[in-house]
Structures are given as structure tokens and as C-alpha cells.
Design a protein around this ligand. Structure first.
Ligand SMILES: Cc1cc2nc3c(=O)[nH]c(=O)nc-3n(C[C@H](O)[C@H](O)[C@H](O)COP(=O)(O)OP(=O)(O)OC[C@H]3O[C@@H](n4cnc5c(N)ncnc54)[C@H](O)[C@@H]3O)c2cc1C
Length: 383
């Protein structure tokens, strides 16, 4: 077994870390405070090559392996959750379904603009009445001549209503299967299509610098060729997309946990009480030791999941484990980091306050922790 990263992966980590420290860190707190999506940092992230990470160069992508993409996401998340969300959702939810399931024409039409970061694309599963149970989607697409006519709505969709959002892939009912169940398919809808509106959502506790939207479809007519892959393949496409997406959420958990640890370590060594650095009290040193241990284990699990992905093996179980574990590791690390900062950790001038809030989405998005435990329990044969 060889645990070393390649020279390219080491260089990538260093360059993304350097970028995150110099470009994202100085703006992250203010963007969070103002609940603002930054087009400037988006353009800078695109310039660095953070979109279309695993897409082949033929479609304008960066041609990286999955582990490299995860390392890049981890390094952005080490500094800020909102920017990491833009990157993770942009790659795993926006670009991936088109890359993996799109036909040649769809790939040529959309991928170059999405991989260059000129545009963003959303992935709409969640509805007001279909969250964890996304297969229960109620948005419909009915055939009418050469078109699909879409009616319904989606909620909480990342990257769908920025000024550069070009469209969304949505999961819709296209009829009933032979077994009487809903037939689910994925359809591409471009922004600006009459009958489609993407409205920004405000008032989030976390990821306040990332874009979240409600989507409304009212007799929205799109050409028949906007179907993604075969009719009725939507559920399978959703599961496969979420497997990859879970690795990117895990990367956000791991990177966020590392960010909390780095901040807590520095503060605990600088802050003195009772005439000595607070890190020298055993109870605090043990908190830091626990964080270091948990981060090490989380990284091993996530990188193993990437290895499975890069070698073409089944990842569903390990992706669910990595997503669940890394998000819970960040939860514990954020909690320790705030505790080590004392009262200052509760103030907005200290980044651990933002990390503490940003962490919570990781236990909810792309399948809650409860859902991950159900997935794992099924895959190990316990349920
Ligand atoms: C900022 C943000 C960004 C998001 N981005 C996207 C996006 O880009 N695309 C997208 O499609 N969605 C997105 N989501 C939606 C997210 O994936 C859902 O919120 C999540 O899947 C949970 O669905 P829900 O909120 O409806 O909760 P519910 O499904 O109503 O769950 C509520 C609680 O019940 C529990 N629960 C539900 N079912 C079970 C069960 N069978 N057994 C045990 N417990 C259960 C859950 O674990 C949870 O604790 C985003 C959400 C947020 C907040």
C-alpha cells in the first residue's frame, strides 16, 4: 500500500491552499455577513481551474483524477464553506450529470462554458414535499408534440440563480413505469426558458456566501432533446450523482475540520490564562489530539473512497460512510474549536464562529446523516 500523493497532487494542494489563503480568506467573513455571492472570487476560482475538475480536456475540463478534485475542494473548505459549496456543487451536481449522462450534443453545448466557470448549473432534486424521499418527486414533465411541458417546483437548489447560472438539471415524473411506480427522468432546463423562474433564497444560517434557489415551473416548455439519457433513468442517475456528490461533501467536512483544527491550535498556543498558553492544560491538549486523530482517520476513509472511484470500483457504501463520518468529524472539530476560543469563538471576528454554522449543512445536504446510516445499513445487509 502506498499512501503518498503524486507530485501533481502535492502541487495542486499547495497552490489551492495558497489561493484560498490569499484570495478567499480576506473576503469570506464579509460575504457571509452580507449574505453575498462573489462573482470576483468565482472568476478567480474558475481561473485556477476549479470547475470541470474531472472532465476530460476534450470538453474543456481539467482532466484530473477524483482524488485531486477532492483535495482541491478540501483546501477551499479549509478556509471557507460557502466557496467550497460553489465548487463542490458546480462540479458534482452541475457538471457531472451532463458529463456522465449527456449525449454528445449536450456535452458540447454546455460543458465548455461550465468547465471554464463562465457559467454555473444547478441540480434540482429536492421539493417541498420530497426531501430525503427525493424519489417521491411531484414535478411533472408531460410530452406534447416535440416538447416536454414541466409543472412544479424545487427548493434549496445550489448555484441556480446567480447572474451566471445557465440552467438546471431537474428530476421529474415523466409518467408511470410498468410496475405502476413513478417513472423518473432528468431534464435540462436553460435559464430564461419561458415558464421557468429561479429565485434566490435568503436567510440561511450557513453557506451564506453561496447561492441557493427556489425553482418554479409553470407550463415550461423545453425541447424533447433536453431529456438527459434515457427516459426513466432519472432515479439511477440521481443515485450515481449523489455518490460522487457525497465525496465532495465529505471533502468539505474534512477541509472544514482541518480549518477548525489549524485555527484552534494557533489560538490555543497564543492565548494565555493562569500565566501559560491554554494549549498546555492537558484537557485542551487532548481536545487538539482528538481533532488530529479524527482528521487523520477521516482523510484515510475519504481518500480510500476516491481510490475506489478512480479505479472504477463501486463506491456507494464507502461514499455514504465518508460523507457521514467527515461531516460528523467536522461537527466535533468545530465544537472543540469554538470551545478552545472561549467567548471569542462566539464572535464574528473569529472564523471558527462561521465554521461552526457552516458545518451544519454537511449533516443535512445530499442525504442527511440518518439517510446515510440507512444507506450503509442496507449495503451491509443489516436492513
Ligand atoms: C443550503 C442548501 C443547499 C442545498 N442544495 C441542494 C441542491 O443543490 N440540490 C438539491 O436537490 N437539494 C439541495 N438541498 C436540499 C437537501 O439535499 C435537503 O434539505 C436534504 O436532502 C433533506 O431534505 P429535507 O430538508 O426535505 O428534510 P426531510 O427529508 O424532511 O428530513 C427531516 C428530518 O427527518 C429525517 N428523516 C427523513 N426520512 C427519514 C427516514 N426514512 N428515516 C429516518 N429519518 C428520516 C431526516 O434525516 C431529517 O433529520 C440543499 C439544502 C440546503 C439547506
Amino acid at each position: 500500500m502506498d499512501f503518498s500523493l503524486t507530485t501533481e497532487q502535492e502541487i495542486l494542494r499547495r497552490s489551492v491552499r495558497d489561493f484560498a489563503e490569499k484570495v478567499i480568506k480576506p473576503t469570506a467573513r464579509e460575504l457571509d455577513e452580507k449574505e453575498e455571492f462573489s462573482y470576483e472570487t468565482m472568476a478567480a476560482m474558475a481561473e485556477l481551474g476549479l470547475f470541470g475538475c474531472v472532465v476530460s480536456e476534450e470538453y474543456g475540463g481539467q482532466g484530473m483524477d477524483y482524488l485531486s478534485y477532492i483535495i482541491a475542494t478540501e483546501e477551499i473548505a479549509r478556509v471557507d464553506g460557502s466557496h467550497a459549496a460553489t465548487v463542490a456543487a458546480g462540479n458534482s451536481l452541475g457538471i457531472s450529470p451532463i458529463y456522465y449522462f449527456g449525449n454528445e450534443e449536450q456535452k458540447r453545448k454546455y460543458l465548455p462554458k461550465l468547465c471554464s466557470g463562465e457559467g454555473l448549473w444547478g441540480f434540482g432534486l429536492t421539493e417541498a414535499n420530497a426531501g430525503s424521499d427525493a424519489g417521491h418527486t411531484q414535478t411533472t414533465a408531460k410530452e406534447d408534440g416535440d416538447s416536454w411541458v414541466i409543472n412544479g417546483s424545487k427548493i434549496f437548489i445550489t448555484n441556480a440563480s446567480t447572474d451566471i447560472s445557465l440552467g438546471v438539471t431537474i428530476l421529474v415524473q415523466t409518467g408511470r413505469g410498468q410496475d405502476g411506480r413513478n417513472e423518473l427522468s432528468c431534464i435540462l432546463v436553460e435559464n430564461g426558458t419561458p415558464g421557468f423562474e429561479a429565485v434566490p433564497m435568503h436567510g440561511k444560517m450557513m453557506w451564506r456566501g453561496s447561492n441557493t434557489s427556489a425553482l418554479y415551473f409553470e407550463d415550461c416548455r423545453v425541447p424533447k432533446e433536453n431529456l438527459l439519457g434515457p427516459r426513466g433513468a432519472g432515479f439511477h442517475q440521481m443515485l450515481q450523482t449523489l455518490d460522487g456528490g457525497r465525496l465532495s461533501i465529505a471533502a468539505m467536512g474534512l477541509g472544514g475540520a482541518q480549518g477548525c483544527y489549524d485555527l484552534a491550535m494557533r489560538y490555543a498556543k497564543e492565548r494565555e490564562q493562569f500565566g501559560r498558553p491554554i494549549s498546555t492544560f492537558q484537557v485542551n491538549a487532548f481536545k487538539l489530539a482528538d481533532m488530529a486523530l479524527e482528521i487523520e482517520c477521516a482523510r484515510l476513509l475519504l481518500y480510500k473512497a476516491c481510490w475506489l472511484m478512480d479505479t472504477g470500483q463501486t463506491i456507494s457504501k464507502v461514499a455514504a460512510m465518508a460523507k457521514l463520518h467527515c461531516s460528523e468529524v467536522m461537527y466535533r472539530c468545530a465544537n472543540h474549536a469554538v470551545q478552545l476560543h472561549g467567548g471569542y469563538g462566539l464572535m464574528k471576528e473569529y472564523d471558527v464562529e462561521r465554521f461552526y454554522r457552516d458545518q451544519k449543512l454537511l449533516e443535512i445536504g445530499e442525504g442527511t446523516s440518518e439517510v446515510q446510516r440507512i444507506v450503509i445499513a442496507r449495503l451491509i445487509g443489516a436492513l
